[in-house]
Design a binder for this molecule. Structure first.
Ligand code: URA
Length: 268
């Protein structure tokens, strides 16, 4: 996908008709360097004045989209600069979809951001952290693509951001803000019975309203109780990548999974 749109007046008018607003953020460098056109620019200057991607704001009406419209919208999303560096959007993976409708699931696993492998394959948690997540699901007698049965068990896995931040840097608040409506709609359509929030950014995104001081609260202090997001119970746990670097924390993650399983069982 190109990172720059070359839209003429007519195309812009058509997009405006469709309710799509187009905006072009001028970089600071571009503003500062733009008047220097009478000097032969070096390649470095030419790169510096390369315009930032022209971004199309998220379409209106995400909160009314069905599953397939939501997926299509995410695939074409250009609402933040990550669209310029991604290979693929990463919408999510899980139990089979029924003719384009949201899969039937009990569990929603929310991670943070796609990494390099996920960006390449367009699927969440396919790298090393994903292997650990698959083992955790296996220990719960669940799997990433297992169908929902009479005994329950369907799972969906997604992330707060649907695009990879370059170099696996942390997500920026404005990127989270632009992407969050997609996760909100995924939760509304999936109607899971339990959400597992894995890692700091997932926890902050999901508990912002129910725990106003969430940004300043260590994740460890939010474990061990059941929170709520859109009236769905949420259990907080460490991110698998963190656990891989801190193996003794594995036992705490297992305790979190047991809390979530017990809560789900108790609610039935
Ligand atoms: N870490 C995440 O949070 N999500 C992924 O999809 C992969 C790694």
């Amino acid at each position: 996908m190109t990172d720059t749109l070359h839209l003429d007046k007519r195309q812009r008018a058509m997009l405006a008709e469709m309710g799509v607003r187009v905006w072009s953020p001028m970089t600071e460098a571009a503003v500062m360097l733009a008047p220097a056109v009478d000097i032969e620019p070096t390649q470095a200057i030419a790169n510096a004045i390369k315009p930032a991607p022209i971004l199309i704001q998220r379409p209106e009406g995400i909160d009314h989209m069905d599953w397939s419209a939501l997926r299509t919208t995410v695939t074409g999303c250009q609402a933040c600069t990550l669209c310029g560096s991604r290979q693929n959007t990463v919408f999510g993976v899980g139990a089979p979809e029924a003719e384009g409708a949201a899969p039937q699931v009990d569990w929603l696993i929310v991670g943070e951001t796609p990494g390099e492998d996920e960006d390449r394959q367009g699927e969440p948690f396919v790298g090393q952290a994903g292997k650990l997540l698959d083992n955790m699901l296996g220990a719960m007698k669940l799997s990433r693509t297992g169908a929902h049965t009479a005994e329950g068990g369907g799972v969906y896995i997604t992330n707060v951001l649907k695009c990879r931040p370059p170099g696996n840097r942390n997500p920026k608040p404005e990127e989270v803000a632009q992407c969050l409506p997609y996760l909100e709609r995924q939760v509304a359509l999936l109607k899971p019975k339990m959400i597992l929030a894995m890692g700091r950014f997932a926890v902050q995104a999901l508990l912002r309203e129910s725990v106003p001081e969430v940004d300043g609260t260590p994740l460890g202090k939010l474990r061990g109780r059941v929170h709520q997001y859109q009236n769905v119970p949420v259990v907080v746990t460490y991110h698998p990548a963190y656990v891989m670097r801190n193996l003794p924390e594995k036992a705490k993650v297992w305790a979190d999974l047991c809390l979530a399983m017990a809560h789900l069982k108790g609610a039935e």
